[in-house]
Design a protein around this ligand. Sequence first.
Ligand SMILES: [Zn+2]
Length: 600
Amino acid sequence: MADPVLPSSGVLSPLGLDAVRPAPGFWGDRIALNREVTIAHCQEWMEREGWIGNFRGERPRRGREFSDSEIYKLLEAMAWADHPALPELAQTVARAQEGDGYLNTRWSGSRYTDFEWGHELYCYGHLIQAGVARLRTHGEDVLTEVAVRAADHVCRRFMTTTETCGHPEIEMALVELYRATGAERYLEMARRFVDRRGLPALGEIPFGRAYFQDDVPLRQAQAFRGHAVRALYLACGAVDVAVETGDEDLLKAVEGQWERTVARRTHLTGGMGSRHADESFGDDYELPPDRAYSETCAGIASIMLSHRLLLATGDVRHADLAERTLYNVLATGLALDGRSFFYANPLRVRVPAVPVEGVNHSAEGGLRSPWFAVSCCPSNIARTLASLPAYVAAADRDGVRVHHHTPGEIRHGGLALRVETGYPWHGAVTVTVLEDGEGRIALRVPAWAAGTEATFAHHGVVRPVAPGYAEADGPWRAGDELRLELPMRARWTFPDRRVDALRGTAAVERGPLVYCAESVADEPPLGDLAAAVEPPREHVVDGAVELEVRARLGVPDGGGWPYAAAPGEAPDGQEAALRLVPYHRWGNRGPATMRVWLPV
Ligand SMILES: [Zn+2]
């Protein structure tokens, strides 16, 4: 089956790309844009920057020590998208592989001399994931052979050592290769990599061992910490190992860390990572909006983890977090034209960005860039959008559960369904049964729909539904219709009082979307405002829903000193309408300031 994650057990089993066919809509449009524009854009930049030339032996070698991984993520995207450029690029990679399976354009000749920063095993991880994608969409070919040779080399070299990589990633890749081939050595190697981290397995670095999760064994950790992408990739690999080895304790450990991280270390957007210095999680409730790092890759890694935990446990909360992160991090990371990207996704930008010509050497946000010196995010977006249909629905013993409401067709077992919806702008989801069939149809009712009078209609009955699933059982006749109504109304959201950086503010959400105020050119600045917590007004602009709230703008200084013996009075200032746009659409109108959390 064409699926990035295919566990052999779990409460749910995934439906792959062959079972879910997206139609035009919010995600269908982005999946098409990715296939037609973004994948070629990434390849062009990797050629221009010399990262593909490294595989041809062009000298001097260019790019950072992990740039090989970008070619592999692009190959994975091409595999899922059945892109015609794959075979030639795969040949280029294959020619660089050494006789014993070793493959790395940076460290060839000085292998495995820097486990902390070398990224050799990390790069293999992405190569192996690309190989698995190719195996499942096409069958064996040069790319799958390269990946298997590399994995076998890793097993020979590392099975009985105590070493591991400074950047987790290979763990989940090896488990997936085991799932795809049945060769148990890959699972055993992954299990050993998970278990040796934290003993410790790596040397001291200035950021401390927590940066690469080598401070304590994974089973003993309380929350995700350190570099956010590393932490989340490791958690993905640990869930995969736990599921395949039946290790309940390991699964429980990751679930516990997920719970605490979601409760205390996650931004409203679903974004993860609070610190720019080491791209890391912050402490509990350390969630500053302007210093939110929320790397696009960390959002993608969180979506990958949510998917694995959803399949393993069937707990619908994981689909809720995945939805939040899909609409507010993944969709934000890509410009509407498919050719530029955010690396960091802060929730406030105080100074309009200065446009950068060519490669952006900074990860800091403000304007999307066509490419970065460290360009992990664009190819990660490409492979995620290319495989996104696999995240839409899953199966259990009784039938199909639709987790993400997006137009298209879903086929599984005795069920063939067409989904029509204008989600996330509109909350009506209509499912039409295409062929006579059997089985339960379950549609996710998102957590955000609590208290909205959501309803579910089928077999001529309309009933209220609460967050979780709206379900109906067959038998079904072709033409039968089910209809989920999720009333879309803008709502105010308030932060936990322990989040120091957000006290005194509120944000506006509508359905799964987080909104923000954006100020371009001569629009009023966003620093001196106080918003009124009243129901926002809605406007449709270019097919998207924008909102308007009342605010006081130009709130004056408090006597030249921003502190006083008593709390301040209600702020003065000019009353005006404040326009709010979906967070994922900000930064598409040129340099701007932006804020999600509004002083109220
Ligand atoms: Zn990234």
